[in-house]
Ligand binder design. Structure first.
Ligand code: NDP
Length: 434
């Protein structure tokens, strides 16, 4: 804490991992001897840079860009780029740190990284987005490459922004290095099913948790927060498994549609018109819109899928969910539950799928995109989706096994953290103190 002051999100992420690793360190003294914890929690590199750009009225703006290259012991740094005004070193470091373990859990050869900027894309024209993104990549391109560091999208960065980043990288570097970014458009090296992967993967993971208890999505009532990339495809997959999704949200408020959300309307409002979720009730007047995001957790449900942002479920929201009879929580977003909220879920025997495991499907398919780019091949949607499904099942099984082996059966927070850690830690020891 003294070394990284004012980085509360980073401290939170590190504390969760370190607490989970207590039984590993008790059993395996080699990790202590080789200083693995001290090394793994210090990024290999944190790059910050100026991002100047000019708006449509000729006014100059300066934002701050970040890339954390956290760990490269099992593969090139891999992790998304976030454009959101809340972005700072603490947010980027917490995301990059978690990415190390998540990427390891996927079983793919990818290290941990993350990046972004405090740029706010809301209300900006397409030209402003392009100019900003080009300026961002003009600096970032010095530090990335298909075998070095491979960014992707995250909050505020979708196919449009990845396209502009790819174009600028190609212009500056010359040549066509398809594998430098993932989440690309299908026509120029993107993988089918990447857009759907995080949301689908979260639902696949939760389905595994439910199955073990003789339960399933069919006939259940589900709440999904957010209405962006992860939320959209979590809603779609949950609906296809027979669930009724009754609520979703954006950063202004949430909608509650007792009859089940019409996903086509949500997609058109958010993806095409880029408007607010409140518009939904204009077309579906029987639904309700409420200002403010946290109230979404007061709606009774069987399954909650937080898919918006960090710390969106606090202690109070967790207790309300439990009191209302929630059976399973699957984290589609990164660190959406506070540490106290997680304790409440675990102490009440709620099936809890932590982000590192439950939302790893996106980066797993990003890695499959890199593989296709290297082979100059394109797999079909069905092929990629089947691989994704298998990866999510493996992550679930490995997390369950690690939790059992280290004395915490059923605790997937501990299980996922340990399973992700061991592979990276062993690689760090094998490669010496570097
Ligand atoms: P998007 O930008 O596509 O969507 C984010 C959604 O969350 C939007 O609906 C946004 O609303 C809402 N939101 C943002 N901030 C807040 C807030 N403070 N309170 C409530 N709602 C908010 O991002 P993604 O769907 O890509 O990412 C969502 C989460 O999933 C993030 O935590 C991300 O790190 C994580 N994730 C994403 C992956 C991916 O493949 N995209 C992979 C793994 C994790 P608004 O429209 O108002 O901004």
């Amino acid at each position: 804490i003294a070394r990284n002051p004012n980085e509360s999100e980073f401290h939170q992420a590190v504390k969760e991992i370190f607490d989970s690793l207590v039984p590993v360190f008790a059993k395996e003294p080699k990790y202590m001897k080789h200083g693995v914890l001290e090394r793994i929690s210090e990024p290999e590199r944190l790059i910050t840079f100026r991002v100047p750009w000019v708006d449509d009225n000729g006014k100059v703006h300066v934002n701050r860009g970040f890339r954390v290259q956290f760990n490269s012991n099992i593969g090139p740094y891999k992790g998304g780029i976030r454009f959101h005004p809340s972005v700072n070193a603490s947010i980027i470091k917490f995301l990059g740190f978690e990415q190390i373990f998540k990427n390891s859990l996927t079983g793919q050869p990818i290290g941990g990284g993350k990046g972004g900027s405090d740029f706010d894309p809301k209300g900006r024209s397409d030209n402003e987005i392009m100019r900003f993104t080009q300026s961002f990549m003009t600096e970032l391109c010095k530090y990335i490459g298909p075998d070095v560091d491979v960014p992707a999208g995250d909050i505020g960065v979708g196919a449009r922004e990845v396209g502009y980043m790819f174009g600028q990288y190609k212009k500056i570097r010359g040549g066509y290095e398809a594998g430098v970014l993932t989440g690309k458009g299908i026509g120029y090296g993107g993988s089918l099913a990447r857009t759907e992967a995080t949301g689908y993967g979260t639902v696949y993971f939760v389905e595994e948790m439910l199955k073990d208890q003789g339960l399933g999505f069919a006939g259940s009532t589900v709440i999904v927060s957010g209405s962006g990339n992860v939320s959209t495809y979590a809603i779609q997959k949950a609906q296809s498994f027979g669930a009724k999704v009754v609520a979703c949200s954006d950063s202004n408020g949430y909608i509650y549609d007792k009859e089940g959300i019409n996903l086509d309307t949500v997609k058109r409002i958010k993806e095409v018109e880029r408007k607010r979720i409140s518009e939904y009730v204009n077309e579906h007047p029987h639904a309700e819109y409420h200002e403010g995001c946290s109230g979404i957790w007061s709606i009774p449900c069987d399954i909650a899928l937080p898919c918006a942002t960090q710390n969106e479920i606090d202690e109070l929201a967790a207790q309300i969910l439990v009191d209302n009879g929630v059976r399973a929580v699957g984290e589609g977003a990164n660190m959406p539950s506070t540490l106290k909220a997680i304790d409440i879920f675990l102490n009440n025997n709620i099936l809890f799928g932590p982000a590192k495991a439950a939302n790893a499907g996106g980066v797993a398919v990003s890695s499959l995109e890199m593989a296709q780019n290297s082979m100059r091949l394109s797999w079909t949607f069905e092929e990629v989706d089947a691989k994704l499904h298998e990866i999510m099942k493996n992550i679930y099984r490995n997390s369950v096994k690690a939790a059992e082996n280290y004395g915490h059966p059923g605790n997937l927070v501990v299980g996922a953290n340990i399973a992700g850690f061991i592979k990276v830690a062993d690689a760090m020891i094998a490669q010496g103190v570097i």
